[in-house]
Design a protein around this ligand. Structure first.
Ligand SMILES: [Zn+2]
Length: 566
């Protein structure tokens, strides 16, 4: 048995969850469900990322306090995740007592380790708003390619990165005024130190923490200059007032930058869960723990998770992540999600069209391969895949067999032994499913869900072929006149097919948990949930009539989804 502490990246508390976000939560949830089904111990936590300038400004625009805004968003996020069957063990917020305590602990540890430095820097200041402007709140002309309207940190046209004071004709995005330069003192985490460099170099190279492509990316960041000095810049962990966040404990007027307390929020959420479960948090985050820490993230925040975060943890005496799994971005019909193209689809907008939440889970699973590649949601492929695979093939097995089983055999399902003994068709379908299940488990483990789906659908096809070859509908047409042997053979065919259906539903359960749960409870009348092991020892002796399991999706609904978001 393995033990895991798993996280998905924290959604920012200034807007609704959209389907681009859902790629990650669905990917993580599938992985977590698989581990739990296998009997591994997993605690899966997440939280709202509730601090920072954008939240402060959004609350101001909406005449709310930041606390009111983040509380509202917290409720909406929780509802959205529940609708898509994302089953966190704890969903918390970074604006919590636990996080405040942990953040200052980490800060003091780093300070004691000599890795915090106070420096005077020059930053843009909006005199009307009386605030220092973060990079994204300064707009100007790119110093490299002269494109207008570029942000203060990087140019969207030529990809150059620079500091905001390099921008030509800078303007405050808040007031349109030309900002002034003002001196201010900030706290820096000395990422450029030799100690950090050595630790990170070792961390990145000595473990299988990272995907190969991520490791290569990190290695680029870990290069040294001609003098042998680290190219990593020190990391500014402080912000000036006004700011919505945690005060730096030994300074009057400074706050922790949101990216300092956000990942600590994983630990704070875990801590909150531990309190509710009466567990000792040190069993999970202490240096000697046997619990593996697994982060699922988008490739855009690799820098924070694979550099800043492990260094922060290491030098404040906590355990470092065992694995960081990055995924790519979602494109829709081959293009970036965009409001003007109507492809910026929120979780809510999707659900309002009554398209099953599990269909999106299935579709994403069929596309994700465990790499950092982007994945494309092609709307017509989505419709065809869901209708074809889930309705046309998977559920088709049940709809072709359960009616006859109920009508002629009172729902009794023959056991595997009886089927083998009576077997006149010599099928080893169950063994085949068991053999392939090993590969499927492996693919799930590696987050290669597209491979898992492909293998499962291959088995689904074989079961459908078996039914097709044995044509139970032909025998039953003539049911009054058939011999006892023929009746037994029919019972065998139907029993075997429905047993295979049970096994297939276990294989699909991490992806479409609600439907498989219904199959267990209603069709198989199970009191206990099926686990992965049940594939090998499936105990089904009876089926009952179920309510409708899955509806087809209509192309019209999916088209209106994209239309409706314009
Ligand atoms: Zn440029």
């Amino acid at each position: 048995m393995k033990k895991y502490f798993v996280t998905s990246a924290l959604p920012y508390a200034n807007g609704d969850i959209h389907i681009g976000h859902l790629v990650e939560y669905i990917q993580t949830d599938i992985w977590v469900r698989l581990q739990k089904m296998r009997g591994n111990k997993v605690v899966y936590v997440c939280a709202d990322d509730a601090h920072g300038t954008p939240i402060m400004l959004k609350a101001e625009r909406e005449n709310l306090t930041p606390e009111e805004l983040i509380n509202l968003m917290h409720i909406r996020h929780k509802e959205d995740f529940a609708s898509f069957h994302i089953e966190f063990d704890n969903y918390y917020t970074t604006h919590s007592k636990e996080n405040e305590i942990l953040s200052s602990k980490v800060y003091f540890h780093l300070k004691d380790a000599g890795l915090i430095e106070k420096k005077i820097i020059e930053q843009f200041f909006d005199e009307e708003k009386k605030m220092f402007l973060p990079d994204r709140y300064i707009i100007g002309i790119c110093p490299k390619c002269n494109s207008p309207d570029q942000y203060g940190d990087s140019c969207e046209k030529c990809g150059a990165t620079y500091s905001p004071t390099d921008l030509i004709r800078p303007k405050s995005a808040l007031t349109g005024n030309t900002p002034i330069k003002k001196r201010t003192s900030h706290y820096f985490f000395k990422l450029s130190s030799q100690r950090c460099f050595d630790f990170l170099n070792n961390y990145v190279n000595s473990t299988d923490t990272l995907q190969e492509e991520a490791r290569n990316k990190i290695k680029e960041w870990l290069k040294k200059d001609e003098q042998g000095l680290s190219l990593l810049a020190d990391w500014d962990i402080s912000r000036d007032s006004p700011y919505f966040g945690f005060k730096i404990p030994d300074d009057e007027n400074k706050y922790f930058y949101v990216w300092l307390d956000a990942p600590i929020g994983y630990y704070a959420s875990l801590m909150n869960w531990c309190t509710s479960q009466k567990k000792d948090v040190n069993e999970y985050i202490g240096k000697e723990t046997d619990v593996e820490l697994v982060h699922f993230i988008g490739k855009d925040i690799l820098y924070f998770h694979a550099l800043f975060w492990p260094a922060m943890l290491h030098f404040s005496n906590y355990r470092t992540p065992s694995a960081i799994y990055a995924h790519g971005f979602l494109t829709i019909n081959g293009k970036k999600m965009s409001k003007s193209r109507g492809t910026f689809i929120t979780a809510r907008a999707y659900l309002e069209k009554n398209i099953g939440a599990e269909f999106l889970r299935y579709y994403f699973a069929s596309k994700l391969n465990g790499s950092m590649e982007d994945l494309d949601m092609n709307m017509s492929e989505f419709v065809h895949k869901v209708n074809g695979d889930l309705v046309g093939k998977f559920i088709n097995i049940q709809s072709r067999c359960s009616g006859f089983l109920l009508k002629y055999f009172d729902g009794d399902v023959l056991s595997r032994d009886v089927i083998v003994n009576m077997n006149s068709f010599n099928s080893d379908l169950e063994e085949k499913i068991e053999r392939v299940a090993e590969h499927i488990k492996d693919a799930y483990n590696k987050r290669n869900t597209s491979k898992a789906v492909k293998e499962i659908m291959g088995l689904v096809d074989q079961v459908n072929n078996f039914i097709q070859e044995n044509k139970p509908w032909e025998t039953s047409k003539n049911i009054a006149n058939i011999s006892v042997e023929e009746m037994n053979a029919l019972h065998c065919v139907l029993s075997l097919a429905i047993r295979c259906f049970g096994k297939l539903s276990i294989l699909l359960k991490p992806i479409i948990p609600a439907t498989c749960d219904k199959i267990e409870r209603e069709l198989f009348c199970q009191g206990n949930e099926f686990l992965w092991e049940d594939i090998y020892e499936l105990k089904i002796d009876k089926i009952k009539k179920t309510s409708h399991l899955i509806n087809r999706i209509s192309e019209k609904d999916v088209a209106s989804l994209v239309e409706g978001c314009k």
